[in-house]
Design a protein around this ligand. Structure first.
Ligand code: AMP
Ligand code: GLY
Length: 356
């Protein structure tokens, strides 16, 4: 069984090729992967499914962009249409900034597709839906990512600096509403178009004052969300995927007693200036109650050194978020790494529990 982890091969059509060759693979085909590969495609599906999402315009020239901007308030969000590894989104706070952006984008007569979107506010969370054949779907516990590089959600957007799951402050009523009014209608429209979605549908959501709205779709697990969601499965992941591919509803249970917390360790200059070669913890450096998931490392004799921006994720779990934070941060702080990390992952849940 091939389980595809990242978006690029999916968008390029790896599933179509494997299926042609009679090989078992779990993921969306090229057409369905457009939900992540093209933001304008995703928006058109959302519109057809009548799913709540930010109001938007899609433009392809300087004059269209200027005309569309008249209809939007500031701040406004600009998104480039294709895959951009988290770098395609800009929050534009003024008319002048918008004008500078679009003039720069459309110089040289390019006809790049630009999505202009209403700026939404509220806590963000993600839901992963494992979608199989015959309308079989398994929803995982929800997770919350931390996209900004620095503590207090400051600094540039990254691929994700830490995550936790479940997210107690988002109620099960909200999650039910997301499933009924967002996920199910989206899957139905994909099916009605003759283009059923199979694979992991990652729905990025914002709980606005008008209810949950879609920020984006991805067609794979999130990083570092997968690191906190997958260990919560009580059962066999392989069997679950095989059941889904065979159109059988898997018997799936997720743990409910603990909070899973993940803290990413990254090159100090990430995401702008990635230097490699920093000493990285080995498996035997990690305390028994924690786990390390590697992303970009290489061997240096008996040691490990970093080989990219996000280097590894440290994962812990405990009944209370404060304890999970203490376990990870007391290890990281005493390990005196030169690699960087955020010190406040899951602050939202910790604050919520204090108020409770
Ligand atoms: P995306 O690549 O679409 O996930 O966007 C990256 C991040 O930009 C999201 O996780 C949000 O924090 C932010 N973002 C994207 N779209 C909006 C929006 N319409 N309003 C406010 N923030 C947004
Ligand atoms: N952590 C966000 C993503 O994987 O896209």
């Amino acid at each position: 069984l091939t389980f595809v982890g990242s978006e690029e091969p999916l968008v390029l059509g790896i599933v179509d090729e494997f299926e042609k060759a009679g090989l078992k693979i779990f993921g969306p085909n090229k057409a369905a992967a457009q939900l992540e590969g093209s933001k304008s495609f995703a928006k058109s599906i959302l519109k057809e499914a009548k799913v709540p999402t930010a109001a938007f315009s899609i433009v392809q020239s300087l004059s269209e962009a200027r005309r569309a901007l008249v209809k939007h308030d500031f701040p406004v969000v600009f998104k480039l249409d294709g895959l951009a590894a988290g770098k395609g989104v800009s929050i534009i706070s003024s008319c002048q900034q918008a004008e500078d952006y679009i003039v720069d984008l459309y110089k040289n007569n390019s006809n790049t597709k630009l999505l202009i979107e209403e700026f939404m506010q509220g806590p963000e969370f993600s839901l992963f839906s494992l979608v199989g054949k015959n309308n079989t779907v398994v929803h995982t516990p929800i997770a919350q990512d931390h996209k900004r590089r620095f503590d207090g959600d400051k600094g540039p957007n990254t691929g994700g600096m830490g995550a936790y799951s479940p997210v107690a402050q988002i109620s099960s009523v909200v999650v039910e509403k997301v499933i009924k009014s967002i996920i199910e209608p989206t899957l139905k429209v994909m099916q009605d178009k003759g283009n059923p979605f199979i694979g992991v549908l990652y729905t990025g959501l914002m709980l606005t004052k008008n209810g949950p709205k879609v920020v984006e779709f991805n067609v794979r697990f999130g990083d570092p969300e997968a690191q906190v969601v997958l260990p919560q499965l009580n059962g066999d992941f392989y069997q679950m995927i095989i059941d889904l591919l065979n159109g059988r509803r898997p018997l799936t249970e997720w743990q409910k007693k603990e909070i899973y917390l993940a803290v990413v360790i990254a090159a100090p200059g990430y995401p702008n200036d990635v230097k490699k070669g920093f000493s990285t913890p080995t498996l035997s450096d990690i305390p028994l109650d924690l786990q390390i998931d590697y992303a970009a490392v290489k061997k240096d004799g008996h040691n490990l050194i970093s080989d990219g921006g996000r280097v590894a994720t440290i994962v812990g779990h405990a009944k209370k978020i404060q304890l999970a934070q203490k376990n990870i941060y007391s290890y990281l702080d005493r390990s005196k790494l030169q690699l960087a990390y955020r010190h406040d992952i899951a602050y939202q849940l910790a604050n919520f529990e204090m108020k409770d």
